[in-house]
Design a protein around this ligand. Structure first.
Ligand code: ARG
Length: 257
């Protein structure tokens, strides 16, 4: 009797915790009524999302601001570690994430992706002209950011000696600059900007290791919000504002073709 009572009590508490923990994602209507969407990004991935002093900026930051303006709501930014971003969607801590996430089957099990807002891929960066392609990574030490598609794709290469991962991409880059690794795998446009900004760094850009489509994400199943974002993104892509932003940040149009 006593045992049954205790377990019943425990069961009820556990059920309540489950209900409270699994907060419901906000619908478009709720967001519109509130007048504000909460968007999370990392802020350490220039030129896509980064801090210039204390100001969050970058292509994705300005693009999200343009898209959200079309949706007719205000935008509140949150900046967090890359690893926390998709996990926080499930806890309803923000409505949408935009942080250069590649669309993968694995991630698509956990979140709902919007339409891609650019196409790119992971490139090999090194200080040696002899390290250019995937086969050149055999026997080499490679740095990547934790939780990224760069890590997944380098791990697939059988011959790599060691993969060192870092919570931030900037630290993965630092490892290459200081000679602790032989190569760094990062986004093509991130690499390009680094090379352009620091011509004396000795960094060389090699081949694409893989290509990917990059998209914002919402809580799994919040298709109403994804649809609203997609509609506004399509409008920004059609009215010339996407082209202008892309030209400003990359001097080319990086939308998926
Ligand atoms: N595109 C890569 C991925 O999908 C890297 C994204 C890194 N983003 C960032 N904000 N650090 O995993």
């Amino acid at each position: 009797m006593m045992n049954t009572r205790v377990s019943l009590k425990w069961l009820l508490a556990a059920a309540a915790a489950l209900v409270l923990g699994a907060a419901q994602a906000r619908t478009v209507d709720e967001i519109k009524k509130d007048g504000k969407i909460v968007v999370a990004t990392e802020g350490q991935f220039a030129p896509f999302n980064y801090f210039k002093g204390t100001t969050l900026t970058g292509f994705e930051v300005e693009l999200a601001e343009a898209v959200v303006a079309k949706m007719g709501v205000k935008l509140e930014w949150k900046a967090l570690g890359f690893d926390a971003l998709l996990a926080g969607l499930r806890q309803d801590r923000w409505d949408l994430v935009i942080a250069s996430h590649g669309i993968t089957d694995e991630r698509a099990k956990a979140v709902t992706f919007a339409e891609p807002h650019y196409c790119s891929g992971g490139v090999i960066v090194s200080k040696s002209a002899a390290i250019k392609s995937a086969k050149d990574l055999t026997g080499k030490v490679v740095s990547v950011q934790t939780g990224t598609t760069y890590l997944d794709n380098v791990k697939k290469l059988a011959g790599v000696k060691e993969v060192k991962n870092f919570p931030q991409d900037t630290d993965a880059r630092g490892a290459l600059l200081t000679g602790r690794v032989d190569a760094w795998v990062t986004d093509r446009f991130v690499a390009k900007q680094q090379l352009d900004a620091n011509p004396g760094s000795g960094l060389l850009m090699g081949d694409f290791l893989f290509i990917e489509r990059i998209a914002a994400a919402v809580t799994k199943g919040n298709s109403g919000l994804a649809a609203e974002w997609n509609k506004a993104l399509a409008a920004v892509m059609a009215d010339g504002s996407y082209a202008a932003l892309s030209k400003k940040w990359f001097n080319e149009d990086i939308r998926c073709k």
